[in-house]
Design a protein around this ligand. Structure first.
Ligand code: IFM
Length: 760
C-alpha cells in the first residue's frame, strides 16, 4: 500500500497544500475534489471530524436533483451520503489532529493519477503518536466506484486503540428505503430518484486481517493494541447507483459493481483507475515549456475538465461548479456549451456527444418553455437540471443586500443559440452524421424555429428581438443585443442548412422529422426572411456593433479609475447606476467575436475589442478567458497572457474569489480554449484544421493533442525554432492549414512547418 500512497514525483503534476489554515478549508475542499463525472468527493477531511463542521458535505452524485422547498420550487443537486468518515480514538476519546511540525504537505492532489493523498498525525500528549496516510479516488474506469485507503503507522505509544469507519449525512436530504449492514437504498423526497450504496471494508494489522464489529449499517469498528512500528492498512470500497424514476431500483447495480470490485481487490481498482486517467491525459494534456505557473494551471484545468464529464450518462450535464461544490445548486448554464464543449469535442468526443444528448433529452422542456411564452420551437432553460424545465430562482439578494428579481430565466435567451452552436461545432469536428440525423438536426431546427418566432418584423423592415439579457447581465430587458441577434441569425442559418442537407442526403429521415415537427417549405422560407433582415446593431461605417440599442448613449465610466478594487463594479457603482452606464459585466460583443470571428470583417475585430475591452469590469469568472482568446487571436499576446493568468487565478490564487462553493469550471475550460484556440490559433474548417499560432514570449513551446473526424493528432508550437510540428497518430490523411496554406498530413509523414515571424 505504501507505494500506492506515494505521489507522482514531478511537481508539475501535483497540487500541494500545507493544509493548516482553517479559514481556507472550504476552498481547499473544492480545489482538491476527486471526481469522475458521476461520483465526486470534495476534499473534506475524513479523520475525526465533528458532525457539526461548517464545511458543506463532501459527496455528489451527478443528476441527483430534488426540490426541497415546495414553496420555492428550485431543484438542486442533493448531496449524497459522505462515505469517508473515520474516527480514531483511545478509550478516553478521539485523538487530536496535529498540525505542527511533521509531514510538510498534508494534502496532495495527484492530478496525473486522479488521486487525493492526505497525511496527518494523531497524538495524545507525547504518549501516543500515529502517522496516517490516506488515499481517495472516484474511479475513472468504473464511475460508480469510490475507494478509500488508510495506512496507519504507530510512531509512539502502546495502547488500546479503536478505528471506526462510518458514513454520514444520509438522514437529511434523502428518505431511507432499505438499510442493511453494508447496503442501502434512499429516495429523494419529491423527485423520487433512487440512490443505492453498497460498501465493503477490510483492515489488516501487520498483514493479518482483523474482523470488524458491525455497530450499525455502514458503521464498523476495530479495536487493537498499538505498538511502535506497527502498520495497519484499511480499505473501503463503495459503489453507488442512481435511478431516475420512483419505480426504478438502483440497488442491484450498486451491488453488482461492488461485487466485481471486491473480487478484483483494491489494487486492481487503483490500477484500472490509473490506466483510465493515463488514457485521458494522453488525449488531453497540454504542455507549456517556459512558464511553470501556466503549466500548473493547465494541468489543473484539464484535471477538472476530465473529472467533470461522464460519456456514459446522456441524462446529465455539467453544472457551473461541476461536481465540486454547492454553488448554483448543480444547475447547468451556457457555460457547458460555450466554455466546456470545445475541450470535449476536440479531446473526448464521446463525452461531448453525451453532453449534447442531454440537451436532446431536455428538448421537451425547452419546447414547453417557448410555448408557455407564446413562442415556437425550443427555448432552453437558462438554468437547467434533469427535466429541462426552467430552474432559475425568481429572486435573490443583490449586491446591495436588497431582494431583486432574477430575470435571466426569462430573458437570457441566447442559451438556445449557444446549444445550437455547440451541436454544430461537434458535428463539424467529428463528422458524426449519426448524431446529427438522430438528435442534432432536431435541436438545430427547433432552436432555429424559436428565433424565427421570437424576432418580430417592425416598421424599419428589420426583425428585432426585444426584452432580453445578453451575456452582460448588468443590462436587463434590453433590445437587439448584438450577441443574441447575431447568434440567433447564425442559428437560423444553420437550421436551414441542416434542413437542406437532410433533405438531400437523408430524405427518409427528413420526411419523418419534418412531419413530426410539422415543418414545411413556407415556414423555412419565413426563416430565411427573418435571418436576412435580422437587426444586428452593426454600424457598417465604423465596423462597431452596438452592444444593444441605446448602449452608446449610456454613461461612459472610466474603469481605469477603479483599478485595484476588490469588489465587482455593480457593487462599486450600485445597481442602478451600473445599468445606466456602459460598464459591462462580462464579454458580450467580445464573446461574439470569440465565437463567430467571421462576422467581423477586416479590422472590425480589433476595433470592437479595443472599444469594448476597457468597458468590461469582468464581474463574471467567464469573462477573462474570452478576452484572452480574442486578444491572442488578434496577436496581442501579452494582453492575452495577462488574461490567461487572471483566469488561472480564479480557482488557484487564495487572494481571489472564494471558491468554497465549487470550481469555476467554465474558467477552466476557458484556459484550454485560450491555449488551443488563442495561442495556437486553432480553428475548425470544413477542409481541415487551421493554425495561426501566437505564443507569449515566455512560452518556449506549447503542445497538445486533438481529435478531428476520427483522427488523432498531436501538435507542438515551437517558439524557439519558429515552427509548428504535427503528427497524425490515428486515422486517415488530412489537411492542415498553416499561414493560410494547406499541407497534407499523414501518419507516416509528420509535418514540421516554419512559421512566419509574428509582426513586431
Ligand atoms: O453562466 C454564467 C453567467 O454567464 C454569469 N453568471 C454565472 C453563470 C454561471 O457560471
Amino acid at each position: 500500500m505504501e507505494q500506492t500512497l506515494e505521489p507522482t514525483a514531478d511537481a508539475a503534476w501535483v497540487l500541494v497544500d500545507d493544509g493548516c489554515d482553517a479559514l481556507r478549508e472550504s476552498d481547499r475542499e473544492t480545489r482538491f475534489t476527486v471526481s469522475n463525472g458521476f461520483l465526486a468527493a470534495r476534499a473534506s477531511r475524513a479523520i475525526n471530524q465533528s458532525r457539526q463542521r461548517i464545511a458543506p458535505p463532501s459527496t455528489y452524485v451527478a443528476g441527483l436533483f430534488d426540490t426541497r422547498d415546495i414553496e420555492r420550487p428550485v431543484p438542486e443537486l442533493v448531496p449524497a451520503p459522505d462515505w469517508l468518515q473515520i474516527r480514531v480514538s483511545l478509550p478516553g476519546g478521539p485523538l487530536i489532529q496535529h498540525f505542527g511540525p511533521g509531514p510538510s504537505h498534508p494534502l496532495t492532489l495527484d492530478m496525473r493519477r486522479g488521486l487525493l493523498l492526505t497525511e496527518c498525525r494523531l497524538v495524545e500528549g507525547s504518549a501516543v503518536s500515529l502517522r496516517l496516510r490516506l488515499l481517495r479516488l472516484t474511479s475513472q474506469d468504473q464511475r460508480a466506484l469510490g475507494l478509500q485507503l488508510l495506512h496507519l503507522e504507530t510512531d509512539e505509544g502502546e495502547t488500546e486503540i479503536t478505528l471506526e469507519a462510518s458514513m454520514d449525512g444520509f438522514d437529511s436530504d434523502l428518505t431511507s428505503e432499505r438499510l442493511e449492514h453494508e447496503f442501502g437504498v434512499w429516495r429523494t423526497h419529491l423527485s423520487g430518484k433512487g440512490l443505492a450504496m453498497s460498501a465493503a471494508v477490510a483492515l489488516r494489522i501487520d498483514g493479518q486481517t482483523l474482523l470488524p464489529t458491525v455497530l450499525s449499517p455502514f458503521r464498523w469498528s476495530w479495536t487493537w493494541r498499538t505498538r511502535p512500528g506497527q502498520v495497519v492498512c484499511f480499505d473501503r470500497l463503495v459503489a453507488l447507483a442512481r435511478s431516475d424514476a420512483p419505480d426504478q431500483d438502483p440497488g442491484e447495480r450498486a451491488r453488482n459493481v461492488l461485487d466485481g470490485a471486491r473480487t478484483k481487490g483494491w489494487r486492481r481498482v487503483v490500477e484500472q483507475h490509473e490506466t483510465a486517467w493515463s488514457n485521458r491525459w494522453s488525449r488531453s494534456d497540454v504542455k507549456v515549456e517556459g512558464d511553470g505557473t501556466a503549466q500548473k494551471a493547465l494541468r489543473f484545468a484539464v484535471y477538472h475538465l476530465n473529472g467533470a464529464a461522464n460519456p456514459e450518462d446522456p441524462r446529465v450535464s455539467i453544472g457551473a461548479r461541476a461536481l465540486t461544490g454547492a454553488d448554483y445548486r448543480g444547475h447547468v448554464f451556457w457555460d457547458t456549451e460555450i466554455f466546456l464543449l470545445p475541450f470535449y469535442i476536440l479531446t473526448w468526443p464521446e463525452a461531448a456527444r453525451s453532453l449534447l444528448m442531454y440537451r436532446f433529452h431536455t428538448l421537451d422542456g425547452a419546447r414547453a418553455k417557448a410555448a408557455e411564452r407564446g413562442w415556437r420551437g425550443a427555448f432552453y432553460a437558462w438554468e437547467s437540471t434533469d427535466t429541462g424545465l426552467e430552474a432559475t430562482p425568481e429572486q435573490a439578494v443583490g449586491p446591495d443586500r436588497q431582494i431583486i428579481d432574477i430575470l435571466t430565466g426569462a430573458q437570457e435567451q441566447h442559451i438556445s443559440a449557444d446549444v445550437a452552436y455547440a451541436v454544430w461545432q461537434y458535428w463539424q469536428a467529428t463528422g458524426d452524421d449519426e448524431f446529427l440525423v438522430a438528435a442534432g438536426a432536431e435541436i438545430l431546427l427547433e432552436t432555429g424555429r424559436f428565433w424565427a418566432s421570437r424576432a418580430q418584423p417592425e416598421a424599419d423592415g428589420l426583425h428585432h428581438i426585444r426584452g432580453v439579457i445578453g451575456p452582460d447581465e448588468y443590462h436587463e430587458n434590453i433590445d437587439d443585443n448584438a450577441f443574441t441577434n447575431v447568434m440567433a441569425r447564425w442559428n437560423i442559418r444553420r437550421a436551414l442548412e441542416v434542413a437542406a442537407m437532410l433533405r438531400e442526403q437523408w430524405p427518409a429521415q427528413w420526411t419523418a422529422l419534418s412531419r413530426r415537427l410539422d415543418l414545411n417549405e413556407s415556414e423555412l422560407e419565413h426563416w430565411t426572411g427573418v435571418a436576412e433582415t435580422m437587426a444586428t446593431g452593426l454600424d457598417s461605417g465604423t465596423g462597431l456593433f452596438e452592444q444593444f440599442t441605446g448602449y452608446f448613449d449610456l454613461e461612459d465610466v472610466d474603469l481605469s479609475a477603479y483599478a485595484g478594487r476588490t469588489v465587482p463594479m455593480d457593487v462599486v457603482l450600485g445597481r442602478e447606476r451600473t445599468q445606466q452606464s456602459q460598464v459591462i459585466k462580462q464579454a458580450d460583443v467580445v464573446a461574439l467575436l470569440a465565437l463567430l470571428p467571421e462576422e467581423f470583417a477586416g479590422a472590425a475585430g480589433k476595433k470592437n475589442f479595443d472599444y469594448y475591452e476597457p468597458r468590461c469590469g469582468h464581474g463574471s469568472s467567464l469573462s477573462t478567458a474570452l478576452h484572452g482568446l480574442v486578444a491572442a487571436r488578434l496577436g496581442d499576446v501579452e494582453t492575452a497572457l495577462d488574461y490567461f493568468h487572471r483566469t488561472a487565478a480564479v480557482d488557484l490564487a487564495d487572494t481571489k474569489v472564494a471558491i468554497g462553493g465549487g470550481i469555476h469550471i467554465a474558467a477552466q475550460g476557458g484556459l484550454w480554449m485560450m491555449s488551443v484556440f488563442g495561442f495556437a490559433g486553432l480553428s475548425l474548417r470544413s477542409d481541415g484544421l487551421a493554425f495561426a499560432p501566437h505564443l507569449p514570449a515566455s512560452w518556449s513551446s506549447l503542445s497538445f493533442s486533438v481529435q478531428w473526424r476520427g483522427r488523432r493528432l498531436s501538435v507542438r508550437v515551437d517558439q524557439v525554432n519558429q515552427q509548428l510540428e504535427a503528427s497524425l497518430e490515428v486515422g486517415e490523411p488530412m489537411i492542415l492549414i498553416v499561414g493560410g496554406r494547406p499541407y497534407p498530413l499523414a501518419s507516416e509523414a509528420p509535418l514540421i512547418l516554419h512559421l512566419e515571424s509574428p509582426p513586431p
